[in-house]
Design a protein around this ligand. Structure first.
Ligand code: HXC
Length: 514
């Protein structure tokens, strides 16, 4: 054959494979509002930057009629490309080919691109749309997942791993995302579960829809498996790009700095926080009054909203924010908010992102539910994560810092580099009312006018302990600052911490309260 006919033959072969599961299957997916696997990759990457590998890989299964089945690309597309002109590795499962199920060769394609990502130290983006282990391939499918999980773990903390759930994902198809850093879901399209409705029906005899079992909202609000929630695939892809703009390409780099901007002119930070500690306010407004351009990328917005985590920039450089949210449960720490913050702190620490903590909380949430849900174990995660983190760590106490909350939210004692407090801050073992009732119970009960005595004791306690000056006198906080100085003081603290270097005892790894 001539070169020309060879080229035509190649093009024909490519066209054939690129059809995936065929027009009918693609149409079925489109009716559900889904893009094809290839369209998804092209929509995420820079224009004309995608290069595909292993297009002609075929499955090798020989049981249950598989020997006669053609599965184009074995149901997954892998390749490299760029985002913001920087290299990334990517794969996308194709539900039109055997439900995107994972057989031996499908898994080999994914592990090949994972190996590239780790070797080249570039982010890995995985688009998951799969019924899990391919049933016909038995243990070979399970082995494939094992190989993926191992690599997810190996790459954890070295390169960013981003998972996008864009279809009904079952079994192994959800455990790999769970091992990655960020999981994106889309309303109506994303479903995640270990065992699907049909298994639940046959084992437990219960009817449940895929949506109720593991739809996008379920994972964004209830389980905490999803970090970003979008209404459409295109919105989701914008979210991915936004996230990527804030994070470094690997753990040896810093996030790319952008031109600095001032926060937008607003109400003024000193007017945003009510003086009365019982009146709530939206901590997001405080964050936005500090960050460049008042921009803030919130992560896990709908899960455990009593704590806020996310990225902003200060003078062009990425900063991770951890902040109590007084609007929800007065900003208490509980099992879920501790998990949420602890994991984010570890992410920032792994990827050289300084952490700014904004504190206003009455402590850990009391109650049988929390105790039985394991608040001791979960709450300990945040203590561990802050203590272990060696990136620059700055804390600002805005109002309340009571009890365990004071210690947990990046206190000096867990090795914050700088701790500032506003003049109205109350740093104490507990709120003045609770403290007075316990410490002065006898005096209050025996007084002629118990209520007047209670108020007097509350006042006494407030004057003695519920202010920032006792902690300032001990050097536990470095400076009591005016609210309007907050951005400036944080910026300076981060500037002088740029070359921070901490020596930790030699160990293989710690044993966090997972
Ligand atoms: C082989 C599969 C498959 C699988 C789907 N298909 N899942 N083929 N192995 N695991 C095929 C279907 O046979 C069908 O093929 C096509 O994909 C589309 O599937 P439908 O069922 O028609 O689609 P839908 O109604 O949208 O339902 C999607 C689904 C359902 C919820 C994912 O297919 C399902 O429940 N699949 C099985 C899920 C599962 O239990 N997987 C194994 C998990 S165990 P045709 O030819 O008809 O188009 C696992 C082990 C890892 O993953 C454990 C890790 C710790």
């Amino acid at each position: 054959m001539s070169l020309r006919s060879n080229i035509l033959d190649l093009r024909k072969r490519k066209q054939e494979v690129q059809k995936g599961g065929g027009d009918e299957a693609i149409e079925k997916q489109a009716q559900m509002g889904k893009l094809t696997a290839r369209e998804r990759i092209l929509a995420i990457l820079d224009e004309n930057s995608f290069h595909e590998y292993d297009l002609f890989v075929e499955h090798t299964a020989r049981d249950f009629g598989m020997e006669t089945k053609v599965l184009h690309g074995d149901g997954v597309i892998i390749g490299t490309g760029t985002i913001f002109n920087k290299p990334v590795c990517i794969f996308a499962q194709d539900f039109t080919v055997a439900g995107g199920s994972l057989g031996q060769m499908h898994a080999r394609k994914i592990t090949k691109i994972m190996d590239h990502a780790l070797k080249m130290r570039v982010p890995l983006i995985g688009i998951n749309d799969s019924g899990g282990a391919r049933i016909q391939e038995g243990v070979n499918s399970l082995a494939g997942y094992g190989e993926i999980f191992f690599r997810n773990t190996l790459a954890s903390g070295v390169i960013p791993q981003i998972s996008v759930i864009l279809g009904p994902c079952a079994g192994g198809a959800v455990y790999s995302p769970a091992l990655t850093d960020f999981v994106f879901v889309v309303e109506n399209i994303s479903k995640m579960f270990i065992t699907g409705p049909s298994v639940i029906k046959s084992v437990l005899g219960e009817d449940i829809s895929m949506e109720e079992l593991g739809g996008a909202r379920v994972h964004a609000e209830i389980t905490g498996n999803a970090h970003f929630y979008a209404m459409s695939e295109m919105e989701c892809f914008d979210q991915i790009k936004s996230l990527i703009s804030y994070i470094p390409w690997n753990n040896k780099e810093k996030a790319q700095a952008v031109p600095p901007k001032l926060p937008k002119k607003g109400k003024g930070i000193d007017k945003l926080v009510p003086a009365d500690p019982r009146i709530p306010y939206d901590m997001r407004e405080i964050i936005k009054s500090i960050t460049d351009g008042s921009e803030f990328l919130e992560i896990m917005e709908h899960f455990a909203p009593n704590i806020i985590i996310g990225f902003g920039r200060l003078e062009g450089e990425t900063v991770g924010f951890v902040a109590n949210q007084p609007l929800v449960l007065a900003g208490v720490l509980d099992c879920d908010s501790s998990d949420k913050a602890a994991r984010f702190i570890r992410y920032c620490d792994s990827f050289n992102i300084p952490i700014v903590t904004l504190e206003d909380l009455p402590g850990y949430l009391p109650g049988v539910d929390q105790e039985h849900a394991g608040v001791i174990r979960h709450g300990a995660k945040i203590l561990y994560a802050y203590s272990e983190a060696t990136v620059p760590k700055v804390t600002v106490i805005l109002r309340k810092a009571y009890g365990g909350g004071y210690i947990a939210m990046n206190s000096r004692h867990l090795r914050a580099d700088f701790v500032f407090a506003w003049p109205g801050a109350e740093i104490a073992v507990m709120g003045p009312e609770g403290a007075a009732n316990i410490v002065f119970r006898k005096e209050i009960m025996e007084a002629e006018d118990p209520e007047a005595m209670r108020q007097q004791k509350i006042q006494e306690y407030k004057e003695k302990f519920a202010n920032p000056y006792v902690a300032a006198a001990k050097g536990y906080i470095d400076e009591v600052i005016e609210p309007a100085e907050t951005r400036h003081r944080i910026l300076h603290a981060l500037k002088v911490s740029k070359n921070k270097s901490v020596f930790l005892p030699d160990k293989k790894h710690g044993i966090p309260p997972f």
